[in-house]
Ligand binder design. Structure first.
Ligand code: ADP
Ligand code: MG
Length: 558
């Protein structure tokens, strides 16, 4: 048996770890399972390249809880460590890693965000354990060793009689962390962080019926057996090539990601790039609920199949945070603050790449099957319109697939719309006048009236539409948008003769006076001349600019 003392400068590391990372205690399990995974994949690599003659087999990782003894075990069948390697990697490397991490953490402790997600590694075990043991046998032909450390810088290292290859970590759970001894808690954490890790992770067992033999009698009682329970899917869809996946596979994976989501996604976008940064993933356009209550924080960020966070702010452009799915990239710096993340060049590139991919996919969907695209328009328009307003790069591309639907179900791109209106809907200055309704029911009579004059009326009913119109007008000098109940409608050149009211002058005057008593004069104007027998007996309009001002201030400006 040997004892030793870990580098003195880290004497205070354990209380610091506990204090600074209090809210993140649960990451210990992710870190230890990640190490077990790394050790397994390293062995796989060594056997692949013929570096070692050992049999790789079908290694698994096992997590076990012994509630009575207050212990948690994490066992792998990976490459293991020799005594020398324990000295080097655990006592020196891991410690200095933890120390470095804490330095960084202290600097920006106030900037709570993504920080604390990664970087502490092995020593995060001491956030929940008062004593940690490592029992490990290397794939190299060397005796197994047993390392014990109670959180002070002293440790012991002694021979072990372990005969199988791999590493077992034993955590003696501290009194203030006993809730981690609940099976349900551990299962929840494994499901959260390790659901898609590349090596099978066993946690407990469950009963299953053996298949019924084909010649079984009617009253056959299937035989029940105890089988291992595996937490993870080691080969999630995003790690595969798009060519190897069917539409059905993408849908299945969507439901695996969101087990409580019943609706199928509208379509998916497979991300796959390895230069100048590494990123894979699948984004889904979900069917948005009718009330347009957009749920954010649905995209999950992974690093090499390890879950990191579901807050991708700063990495994914904001308008795309309404999507769902997975992004996996080892190139996103994680133990840094959000403000740093937003300024980081690599991260900006990633965000631009995602924007471009989404725009390209939308364009190809539009080109391949326009009818289908039109049918989905209502569910995707919010995201796209928001994207046009917030991302110049997206706006540039959006012209080729963003649609402007009419109240009677036709869809135009902006260019098609211009072409369509140029002979019929211009004002005296030759400007195209795009009529639109924002509410089909409330503006029904105005719509009918305009249609009877042969005008096209768009239906633009998303909450940000006034901002979008503002932008389109700014970029298309020759186009003006007028709501169908707005005061500009009568300035259209191509309008029919005004309908002449059948009322007498006296009756008209009375009606007008009566109406003006009900509607506030400063906001609206009452018109009796533009009557239309089939639509409404009179028209009340509101100046376009007044309405827009109100709408823009209601939706927060910008
Ligand atoms: P990192 O994983 O980032 O290298 P850690 O602190 O998590 O940092 O681990 C330190 C080192 O300890 C690892 O690089 C590895 O060499 C070794 N190690 C930890 N866990 C295991 C394990 N289960 N099997 C083999 N080696 C391990
Ligand atoms: Mg690690």
């Amino acid at each position: 048996m040997a004892t030793g003392k870990i580098n003195v400068s880290v004497e205070n590391i354990f209380p610091l770890i506990k204090k600074f990372l209090y809210s993140d205690h649960e990451i210990f399990l992710r870190e230890l399972v990640s190490n077990a995974t790394d050790a397994t994949l390293k062995l796989k690599h060594l056997t692949n390249i013929g570096e070692t003659a050992v049999e790789y087999g079908n290694p698994i990782i096992e997590v076990k809880v012994d509630k009575e003894a207050k212990k948690i075990y994490i066992t792998d069948q990976g490459l293991g460590m020799t005594g020398e390697e324990v000295e080097k990697y655990i006592n020196q490397v891991a410690f200095s890693g933890a120390e470095e991490f804490l330095e960084k953490y202290k600097e920006s402790a106030k900037d709570s965000g993504i920080i604390g997600h990664f970087g502490l590694g092995f020593y995060s075990a001491f956030m929940v354990a008062e004593k940690v043991e490592i029992i490990t046998k290397s794939y190299k032909d060397e005796p197994a060793v047993h390392w014990i450390c109670d959180g002070s810088p002293e440790f012991t290292l002694e021979p072990s009689d372990k005969t199988t290859r791999g590493t077992e970590i034993v955590l003696h759970i501290a009194e203030d962390s006993l809730d981690f001894l609940e099976d349900s808690k551990i299962r929840e954490l494994l499901k959260k962080y390790n659901k898609f890790m590349p090596v099978p992770i066993k946690f407990g067992t469950h009963k299953e019926n053996l298949p019924v033999p084909p010649d079984a009698p009617v009253d056959y009682q299937p035989e029940e057996v105890e089988v291992d329970t595996f937490i993870n899917n080691p080969n999630p869809a995003w790690t595969k090539q798009p060519a190897d996946l069917t539409d059905e596979d993408y849908k299945t994976f969507y439901h695996e990601l969101y087990p409580t989501q019943f609706e199928d996604p509208l379509f998916n976008i497979h991300l796959n790039v390895d230069y100048p940064f590494n990123l894979t993933g699948i984004l889904y356009f979900p069917k948005l609920s009718a009330d347009l209550q957009v749920q954010k924080d649905k995209i999950q960020l992974y690093q090499n199949q390890v879950f990191v966070t579901d807050n991708v702010e700063g990495i994914v452009p904001e308008f795309l945070t309404m999507l769902r799915g997975v992004i996996d990239s080892p190139d996103i710096p994680l133990n840094v603050s959000r403000s740093y993340l937003q300024a980081d060049g690599a991260v900006k590139k990633i965000s631009n790449y995602i924007t471009r991919k989404v725009a390209d996919k939308l364009k190809s969907l539009f080109n391949e099957n326009r009818e289908d695209f039109e049918q989905k328009w209502n569910d995707i328009k919010i995201v796209l319109e928001y994207g046009m307003l917030s991302e110049p790069k997206f706006y540039e591309k959006a012209g080729s697939f963003v649609l402007y639907p009419t109240v009677d179900g036709k869809f135009y791109t902006l260019e098609e719309l211009k072409e369509n209106l140029k002979d019929t809907q211009t004002d005296k200055d030759g400007k195209l006048v795009v009529l639109y309704a924002s509410n089909k029911d409330a503006q029904h009579s105005y719509i009918v009236s305009a249609q009877e004059k042969g005008y096209q009326v768009l239906l633009l009913d998303s909450p940000i539409v006034s901002h979008l119109i503002q932008k389109l007008e700014a970029d298309n000098e020759n186009v003006t948008f007028v709501r169908v109940d707005g005061d500009h409608v009568e300035k259209l050149i191509n309008k029919d003769e005004l309908q002449i009211s059948k009322l007498s002058e006296d009756e008209k005057e009375k009606l007008k006076t009566a109406l003006e008593e009900i509607v506030p004069k400063q906001n609206y104007s009452v018109q009796l001349e533009a009557l239309d027998s089939n639509a409404a007996p009179f028209i009340i309009t509101q100046p376009e600019f007044m309405r827009r001002m109100k709408e823009m201030s209601a939706s927060g400006g910008g």
